[in-house]
Design a protein around this ligand. Sequence first.
Ligand SMILES: *[C@@H]1O[C@H](CO)[C@@H](O)[C@H](O)[C@H]1NC(C)=O
Ligand SMILES: *[C@@H]1O[C@H](CO)[C@@H](O)[C@H](O)[C@H]1NC(C)=O
Ligand SMILES: *[C@@H]1O[C@H](CO)[C@@H](O)[C@H](O)[C@H]1NC(C)=O
Ligand SMILES: *[C@@H]1O[C@H](CO)[C@@H](O)[C@H](O)[C@H]1NC(C)=O
Ligand SMILES: *[C@@H]1O[C@H](CO)[C@@H](O)[C@H](O)[C@H]1NC(C)=O
Ligand SMILES: *[C@@H]1O[C@H](CO)[C@@H](O)[C@H](O)[C@H]1NC(C)=O
Ligand SMILES: *[C@@H]1O[C@H](CO)[C@@H](O)[C@H](O)[C@H]1NC(C)=O
Ligand SMILES: *[C@@H]1O[C@H](CO)[C@@H](O)[C@H](O)[C@H]1NC(C)=O
Length: 338
Amino acid sequence: MRALVMLLALFFIITLDSSCGSLASNVSCLENEREALIKFKGNLTDEANRLRSWAGKDCCTWEGIGCSRRTGHVMKLDLRNPISYFSEIDYENSLMKELGGEISPSLVDLKHLSYLDLSGNNLSGVDFLGSLKSLRYLNLSSSNLVGKVPRNLGNLSRLQYLDLNNNDLVGPIPNTLERLTSLTVLDLSDNQFNDTIKVPFFPSLGNMTQLTVLDLSYNQFKGEIPNSMKNLCSLRIFDLSSNEFSGEIVSPLYGCIRTSLEELNLMFNLFTGQLPNHLGEFKNLERLLIDGNSFSGPLPSSLGRLSYLRELTARDNQLNGSIPVGLGQLFNLQTLDL
Ligand SMILES: *[C@@H]1O[C@H](CO)[C@@H](O)[C@H](O)[C@H]1NC(C)=O
Ligand SMILES: *[C@@H]1O[C@H](CO)[C@@H](O)[C@H](O)[C@H]1NC(C)=O
Ligand SMILES: *[C@@H]1O[C@H](CO)[C@@H](O)[C@H](O)[C@H]1NC(C)=O
Ligand SMILES: *[C@@H]1O[C@H](CO)[C@@H](O)[C@H](O)[C@H]1NC(C)=O
Ligand SMILES: *[C@@H]1O[C@H](CO)[C@@H](O)[C@H](O)[C@H]1NC(C)=O
Ligand SMILES: *[C@@H]1O[C@H](CO)[C@@H](O)[C@H](O)[C@H]1NC(C)=O
Ligand SMILES: *[C@@H]1O[C@H](CO)[C@@H](O)[C@H](O)[C@H]1NC(C)=O
Ligand SMILES: *[C@@H]1O[C@H](CO)[C@@H](O)[C@H](O)[C@H]1NC(C)=O
């Protein structure tokens, strides 16, 4: 009996010891990944010395780097400019904090990189990014990018967030992006895209059924909203403002998009026709912004059923008729601009 107890005790000590041992052993940066990051740093200008912590063996402790605690692989590279480009007060500061130069293709050695945020910097050399197969999050907003969206971005089949906002990218948007069916956020706003809706990319948007945010605002996109949009059952924010979209909006907005949408921004386009009466079925709609189009006819009386509506703006259209009585019952309405 005593022998058995001792044996059990010994067993516990051994197992405890070995598990503690694996916890205590610091899994640190892998050498080839450290080298890849050093190369990446070597190609960047860094006036504010933001990368001063990038020295020494353990790259997992460097500014902006996140590693898997289990394997030590670099999973995250977040070098977002800490000062927003859009804050006027801090514009100069923002420029000072910019990293500049070409993104080194050495990053392909970070085989497990799933999160890459280089937004707010002054960068080029994005052509290889389609090789970063593990990416789920890619943020290159306000990065001074020029040229076309690389075709190989379509290879990032795990991508859930793609933010290319506020660059100088031009069309055509490659049809390869139709493979990005895991996207939940797609932001192409504030670029120089002038594609017509005929390019294959647009109908394929209807296949991105996980989308919650689709922002195409501030470009020169042309044409009618594709009917496939109505299948986007998770879409909460749909922003097409400041483009040259045209045609009627009745059928593309008749589908399960009705139940999810919280914000519909169609401002400053060339839309025509009447506002569909089924707008009243967009139960979760909080903001409906249609200023600066050529919508005609009456405001649908069904708008009086949108109990979450906070903002309705419709100035600069050819709407006529009377204000639906039901609007008076929308207790959440804060802004009404006709
Ligand atoms: C683990 O890392 C910490 C600090 O990074 C250090 O203090 C500690 O000695 C290391 N432990 C081992 C077992 O290397
Ligand atoms: C990047 O750095 C490597 C040396 O590590 C150099 O050969 C290459 O020319 C650099 N590229 C640019 C665009 O500066
Ligand atoms: C990308 O980064 C900018 C800041 O540079 C931020 O405002 C934006 O929300 C980010 N996009 C996503 C999809 O997280
Ligand atoms: C951005 O980088 C380019 C060179 O790649 C340079 O000509 C330009 O002045 C930089 N812009 C800013 C705002 O630093
Ligand atoms: C990545 O995409 C490009 C262009 O779309 C394609 O030619 C290439 O075969 C793809 N590579 C891989 C490894 O999937
Ligand atoms: C898009 O812009 C480019 C360059 O300004 C121009 O050559 C092209 O014809 C435009 N495409 C459309 C569809 O307007
Ligand atoms: C969208 O998905 C359907 C099947 O779900 C497929 O038949 C169609 O080719 C896809 N369209 C595009 C443009 O990828
Ligand atoms: C609204 O305008 C249309 C012509 O665009 C006209 O047929 C209709 O009678 C007008 N309705 C009202 C209530 O003024």
